[in-house]
Design a protein around this ligand. Structure first.
Ligand SMILES: *[C@@H]1O[C@H](CO)[C@@H](O)[C@H](O)[C@H]1NC(C)=O
Ligand SMILES: *[C@@H]1O[C@H](CO)[C@@H](O)[C@H](O)[C@H]1NC(C)=O
Ligand SMILES: *[C@@H]1O[C@H](CO)[C@@H](O)[C@H](O)[C@H]1NC(C)=O
Ligand SMILES: *[C@@H]1O[C@H](CO)[C@@H](O)[C@H](O)[C@H]1NC(C)=O
Ligand SMILES: [Ca+2]
Length: 527
């Protein structure tokens, strides 16, 4: 290369100095909880012991206002790993079995971009996205190759796999994605291990043993019941079981970090911890209310210690993680189109600047279409500061209940209590939960539980218009097909279905919903 003039030489010298300053490669460790929430010391829950997450938080910026764009496993993982919302990357619902929900072939995902830029990629745990060509990993131990219990909940096995990944002697930078299956529910798939698989590997007869795990057992009386969970013995027992599996994940996180430390790479590694969707309780997972969409998010950079242990109020999205990791590796996002000629642009941003100074970020978006293949219930949302707007596009349908929640003790108890007319000890009722208004606007400063819909309140009309416009703009930018979805013109009276019983008998989950609807009087409205 020829270099004319002193300016050029000075630039080259500066470049050389920068290189010398960072002779070792930078790495990324992304740790994901499955249906994890704020049950940790790092988020001020004092009823649970999570020493490893708490230690990580002391070396992290802790985000208080982080949100997933979609409250469902595969769509959330696909969004996180592409930086594109579900309606743009194509993973509309759970990727499994015969459902054929996959991202579009043309999507350039984070692992794809990283491997093209010579970053070694690894995944250990729950993958739950496809197709393989869009989400390739150089090193992969997932439910596609192993039992998900082993790679997602057996922390000894996870530790050994991390060691294997680090032992290759490969000098390239790496991106390692450790996707725990804890603390997901288990009653629907492996009930023999308990409601949350809290008994799996605990050493009791028939449960097997996870040598590195010291089970932490909680008394249901001692758990902190979040405001959106009924305070009942059934729900408390569920939460106690959930805490035990969070403890297993927490100990697993300690082991994973210890493997990186022992390999001498932890201090070159950006560590991110978050969860794919809200906890599996009513108003949580599958909802775009705060409990379904808000996520824990710890970002720990050895190069940015100035804000370690601080809490950020900035509004951030899991759609920001792809830009953050690309920024860390200085990899530009390519120019390309998925369909037609419209260039795909990331609407998220790198979080790295927040590690130096508190940013004024205020807005995050949400987009959900399905959870299970049968659970079509499209919603779009925008949160701007304390205001959250949810657009329920198919508000005339009952909100669908996923199988895993449906069979859970918490929900069965809620159904039983409602049917028997006993106090539910819940902050909502099932009728309101199933039948939602088209637009829901909440002001979380005054109403942190999102119980008063302000969409029809004239004092909030300007805010509603602004948020609707922002949401529509984002939908256009992200090529959302639903932006043109016809919604029935409003009819006089309340926007309820004509008859609850008739609507419910033809849909989804057996038993409970039609039982519930039958027990309510016919609805007004005359639609
Ligand atoms: C935990 O509580 C402390 C003291 O009230 C507060 O300063 C901190 O921001 C809280 N942390 C989170 C993550 O909310
Ligand atoms: C967990 O993994 C370790 C190492 O592979 C194995 O020895 C142990 O039996 C596993 N535990 C269970 C409960 O499967
Ligand atoms: C860790 O990395 C940072 C920034 O790269 C550096 O300042 C610090 O000295 C390193 N610490 C250790 C223990 O190597
Ligand atoms: C709900 O009621 C059914 C039928 O009476 C009963 O079998 C079941 O155990 C109850 N479930 C809970 C969680 O209370
Ligand atoms: Ca999940």
């Amino acid at each position: 290369m020829r270099c004319p003039g002193p300016v050029c030489w000075a630039l080259l010298l500066a470049l050389g100095l920068c290189r010398a300053h960072r002779a070792r490669p930078r790495h990324v460790l992304l740790i994901l909880a499955d249906d994890g929430g704020f049950e940790s010391g790092a988020y001020n829950n004092s009823a649970i012991a999570t020493p490893h997450l708490d230690a990580l938080a002391r070396r992290s910026l802790v985000f208080r206002n982080a949100f997933t764009s979609v409250s469902s496993c595969s769509p959330s993982r696909a969004s996180l790993l592409t930086g594109l919302p579900q309606h743009q990357n194509g993973m509309y619902g759970l990727h499994q079995g015969v459902h054929h929900f996959s991202s579009f072939e043309g999507v350039r995902s984070l692992p794809l971009l990283l491997s093209r830029a010579s970053v070694r990629t690894g995944i250990i745990g729950k993958k739950h996205v496809g197709p393989e060509a869009v989400f390739p990993f150089d090193f992969a131990h997932t439910e596609e190759t192993d039992s998900v219990l082993q790679v997602g909940r057996n922390i000894t096995r996870i530790r050994l796999l991390v060691r294997e990944f680090l032992r290759t002697g490969d000098s390239r930078p790496f991106f390692l994605y450790v996707a725990f299956h804890d603390p997901h529910r288990c009653g629907h798939s492996q009930p023999q291990y308990g409601a949350f698989c809290e008994k799996f590997g605990n050493g009791e007869s028939g449960m097997g043993r996870i040598p590195d795990w010291t089970p932490q057992v909680y008394d249901p009386q001692d758990v902190q019941v979040p405001y959106f969970v009924p305070d009942t013995p059934a729900a408390r027992a569920d939460l106690a079981a959930q805490y035990t599996t969070i403890g297993r994940m927490d100990q697993g996180i300690g082991l994973v970090l210890q493997e990186l430390r022992a390999a001498g790479v932890l201090n070159d590694t950006l560590v991110i911890f978050t969860s794919d969707n809200g906890i599996p309780f009513p108003s949580g997972r599958t909802n775009l209310y705060w409990p379904g969409a808000a996520e824990p998010l710890l970002v720990s950079s050895p190069e940015h210690p100035s804000r370690w242990g601080q809490v950020s109020e900035a509004y951030v999205s899991l759609l920001d993680l792809t830009p953050t990791v690309l920024d860390w590796f200085s990899i530009p996002y390519p120019r390309y189109a998925i369909f037609g000629s419209k260039t795909v642009r990331l609407t998220g941003r790198s979080l790295l600047p927040a590690l130096d100074a508190e940013p004024a970020w205020s807005t995050v978006f949400g987009s959900q279409s399905h959870h299970e293949a049968t659970m079509f219930y499209p919603m779009r949302s925008v949160q701007r500061g304390a205001l959250r707007l949810v657009h329920n596009l198919h508000f005339r349908m009952p909100f669908p209940i996923d199988q895993d929640l449906y069979v859970s003790p918490t929900f069965q108890d809620l159904l039983n209590r409602t049917a028997a007319g006993r106090p539910t000890r819940w902050y909502k009722d099932l009728h309101g939960y199933y039948y939602r208004e088209r637009w829901e606007l909440y002001d979380l400063r005054r109403d942190p539980r999102e119980t008063q819909n302000l969409a029809a309140d004239p004092r909030y009309a300007p805010a509603l218009e602004l948020l609707r416009a922002q949401l529509a703009k984002w939908q256009w930018e992200t090529q959302d097909p639903w932006v043109c979805g016809p919604v029935l013109a409003p009819l006089p009276g309340r926007a309820w279905p004509a008859s609850g019983t008739g609507t419910a008998s033809s849909t989804g989950t057996p038993g409970g919903r039609s039982l519930m609807l039958a027990s309510f009087p016919p609805l007004p409205g005359g639609v």
